[in-house]
Design a protein around this ligand. Structure first.
Ligand SMILES: [Ca+2]
Length: 323
């Protein structure tokens, strides 16, 4: 089995750019601020679920939790860490000096003079026997903590389309290993290095596009040197079969929290269609990775780091962390 991120991620995002042209930053911020005020009161996903903040252990003990991964052991994490494509040296490893909880976290190093696959990836099926996957009529939630070094946030990566944070996609089956670039995939990333998480769906497999989830309620900007919290909710209605017959019955949401603060709704994509024309394919796998499309390998820059901790997959909304 090749340790690679599917080659389609190397494609330039030309169509993607056309669908969402770069805007004047100040104007964009103003529009988003107004939208935030208008939408804050009416977006259903904004309603505080009334769940008190909890520790990682408490969150993992809740009914509905499918998997928790604490990155506390190099031995347990190692089999799921891949090196950058074509390399054997891994740039992801468990470290014990920086962590959200427990004994460690997963740290990726982003060295100078690296191309798009700066650091390899970590992946995890929702269940080890592939028994827990999500299809039509189901909803699931994915939460993780992530920390960013100032170098990652302050460096302008030449030609970079923005670094990814996570890919939620098709799960493995006994007879089929799923790679990261699938029709189902939902990606959270720092699109065009704008400084806040944005999302897209489908690795070119929905109507031939990387479709931006454009219902961005607000931009919650990345902060250096703190454990932020990200939670994605995916509600699957009827799969869209790439036949131009839309169902508008799926929804994707993203909440983001700065350290010590409550989660805020960032993306609220309702009346949506999730593409999947493979009857056997369901959501069942997550990749954590700082993969940076189009990053120019000739650029010298400071070594940067990002850390992940407290990964949770659940059938119900996950509480905010209590620290
Ligand atoms: Ca940990």
């Amino acid at each position: 089995m090749l340790p690679y991120i599917d080659g389609l991620h190397f494609l330039p995002y030309g169509a993607f750019m056309l669908r969402r042209p770069a805007r004047h930053p100040a104007f964009g911020e103003a529009i988003l601020a107004v939208l935030s005020i208008l939408l804050a009161g009416c977006a259903t996903g904004e309603v505080d679920p009334g769940i008190p903040p909890m520790s990682f252990e408490q969150r993992c003990a809740q009914p509905g939790v499918v998997k928790c991964f604490g990155f506390d052991s190099q031995e347990e994490t190692e089999p799921f860490i891949y090196p950058p494509y074509g390399m054997t040296i891994k740039r992801g490893r468990v470290v014990t000096d920086v962590k959200a909880s427990g004994a460690g976290s997963l740290r990726f190093e982003i060295p100078s003079n690296t191309g798009a696959d700066t650091s390899g990836s970590f992946w995890q099926n929702f269940s080890d026997n592939f028994g827990t996957q999500f299809g039509e009529g189901e909803e699931f939630f994915v939460q993780w903590r992530q920390r960013f070094s100032p170098e990652l946030l302050n460096t302008s990566y030449r030609e970079g389309g923005g670094w990814k944070q996570a890919i939620i996609g098709e799960g493995d089956r006994p007879e089929k290993t799923a790679y990261s670039c699938t029709q189902l995939e939902i990606v959270v990333q720092n699109t065009y290095q704008r400084g806040a998480p944005e999302m897209y769906h489908s690795c070119g497999g929905k109507d031939g596009s990387y479709e931006v989830l454009d219902q961005q309620v607000r931009s919650v900007r990345y902060q250096p040197n703190q454990w932020m919290t990200f939670q994605v909710a995916i509600k699957i209605g009827t799969w869209y079969r790439n036949d131009r017959r839309y169902h508008r019955d799926s929804a994707i949401r993203l909440w983001v929290a700065e350290a010590g603060q409550r989660s805020r709704l960032a993306v609220d994509q309702t009346r949506y269609d999730l593409a999947n024309d493979d009857p056997g394919a369901r959501y069942g796998k997550i990749w954590l990775l700082p993969y940076h499309s189009n990053k120019n390998a000739s650029q010298r820059h400071a070594t940067a780091y990002t850390w992940y901790d407290e990964l949770i997959i659940s059938r119900s909304r996950i509480a905010d962390p209590d620290q």
